[in-house]
Ligand binder design. Structure first.
Ligand code: ATP
Ligand code: MG
Length: 468
């Protein structure tokens, strides 16, 4: 599919590349829809500074792809013939990152504009490249820092739709790999031989699913075929990289569609080894689907979603099953077995996905509160209510009640619902407390104060599950 360029330069990292026009691949400004008005101001600043210093400067990747699809890009990636060091010399607010791929990050407050130097081909036998490229025995690229021309850079990218360039020099586009046609056909195609490209970097399988889910593109047959077969290669990916990928997969607004694709392509088990270990579990599946549907909705409404909640959902039934098994096998109290199961499941999970400690702490809180929510006698209700993760644990309980269609859980949810209506805000809600103290009482607060104290309803503790 990839055609060689008409005026290919052998010089690497040269400032003279302006002579390379690549006319055959050029789409002039009058024939495409991208306007500078759609491009982030900081990205434009970086593009112009590079351009004015005599370097090539082009927008590439999701920024170009999403604008062509009429979507708002998540971020703007820039590519240039300036080396990372040359980029650093141009920007005070720049830091160089990455070993596998050396990149420059230009910082504008919280916004980061990523600038990558054109990547080139490498010849394994070439001693010069040995420092810059490292490949595992299975063909996985461990390091890839050979720089090249714009055309070579296109070939090193993953999908054709991600290899479209917007040139700040004359606002034209470059399409070396047929990305425009694939966008028109809404097709996702890898550049080059799919199996080789997946072996080089197995995360490309996850990226295929992510773009298919997020952009509603169809994965071409030849790119879809190897995925189920090569899925186990994902086990070789560092757990830290998986953490970032999974967030992008499940918490970008199309989590439900993406999850279904991950399942269809047998990738979900590679990421969550304890999930569906003994075949698909309807309850777990319904709970995950419902939670992802809700979180997609929250994202559409601009609300916050937390990775910890989704992880707690994904792993809840495996923890419950394991707790029952431990308790059955050892005769241990269910509560103790549950704590053991929680630790066991999380320690298996973090080997695949490096979930940071602050999230595993929240996951544990949400789970262990499920055992405390049914026991609200005496002062217990108040203590649970004042737990910093009460709200998340309550939402979790409500979801369980819905999924399990359990009357007991529904009744418990209703009890807590009513309790919340009639009780003070939890003490940990500092901001609201402080506001209440510093301002005059609001009418709502007066009403609350006038209300009768809440009378506890009798509630029978659910049997079995939490007390075995
Ligand atoms: P988005 O930012 O919307 O999630 P993106 O396509 O911009 O999507 P990034 O991860 O920001 O994704 O990467 C920017 C570009 O870098 C990609 O479009 C692609 O051209 C290239 N790229 C990223 N990851 C890989 C990879 N694993 N293999 C080859 N090229 C990649
Ligand atoms: Mg991007």
């Amino acid at each position: 599919m990839f055609k060689k360029g008409d005026k290919k330069s052998n010089e690497k990292n040269t400032k003279k590349v302006l002579v390379e026009t690549y006319d055959a691949y050029k789409i002039p400004r009058s024939q495409h829809s991208i306007s500078r008005n759609d491009i982030d101001d900081n990205a434009l600043k970086v593009l112009y500074r590079l351009h004015n210093a005599g370097f090539r400067a082009l927008l590439v990747g999701g920024g170009v792809r999403d604008l062509l699809l009429g979507l708002k890009p998540k971020d703007f990636d820039i590519t240039t013939n300036a080396t990372p060091e040359e980029v650093k010399a141009l920007f005070r607010n720049c830091r160089l990152i990455g070993r596998r791929f050396r990149l420059a990050h230009i910082l504008f407050g919280r916004e980061i504009i990523e600038v990558a130097t054109f990547r080139g081909h490498h010849d394994d036998d070439n001693g010069q490249d040995k420092q810059k490229v490292k490949q595992s025995q299975g063909g996985m690229l461990l390091r890839d820092n050979v720089y090249g021309s714009l055309e070579e850079d296109a070939e090193r990218r993953d999908f054709t739709v991600n290899a479209l360039y917007y040139d700040i020099a004359d606002f034209s586009l470059y399409d070396f790999c047929g990305g425009m046609q694939d966008l028109a056909e809404r097709k996702l195609t890898l550049i080059g031989d799919p199996e080789v490209r997946y072996r080089e970097d197995p995360v490309r399988m996850l990226r295929a699913i992510r773009f298919a889910g997020k952009l509603d593109l169809e994965i071409s047959a030849e790119c879809a075929e190897p995925i189920r077969r090569l899925a186990p290669l994902l086990q070789d990916i560092p757990a830290a990289r998986h953490f970032d990928e999974v967030i992008k997969l499940l918490l970008s607004g199309q989590g439900l569609d993406t999850y279904r694709l991950l399942k269809e392509y047998k990738l979900i088990q590679m990421l969550f080894p304890v999930l569906f270990k003994d075949g698909e579990d309807d309850k777990a599946n319904s709970m995950i689907e419902q939670a992802l549907k809700d979180s997609d909705q929250r994202i559409r409404e601009g609300k916050r979603v937390t990775p910890a909640y989704i992880y707690a959902i994904m792993l809840w039934y495996p923890v419950e099953q394991r707790a029952h098994a431990i308790s059955f096998e050892s005769g241990m109290e269910y509560h103790d077995a549950f704590l053991l199961a929680m630790n066991e499941v999380l320690s298996i999970q973090v080997k695949t996905i490096a979930i940071p400690k602050r999230f595993t702490a929240t996951i544990r809180d949400i789970w262990s509160l499920q055992l405390r929510l049914p026991r609200y006698g005496g002062k217990r209700a108040q203590r649970v209510y004042h737990h910093i993760k009460f709200r998340a644990a309550f939402d979790f309980l409500e979801l369980r009640a819905k999924i399990e269609q359990s009357e007991e859980l529904a009744e418990l949810t209703a009890w807590w619902q009513e309790y919340q209506l009639h009780n003070e805000l939890p003490q940990h809600d500092h901001s609201r407390k402080r506001n209440n103290r510093s301002t005059e009482q609001k009418p709502d607060d007066q009403n609350r104060a006038a209300k009768k104290p809440y009378k506890k309803r009798r509630y029978t503790k659910p049997a079995a599950k939490t007390s075995e």
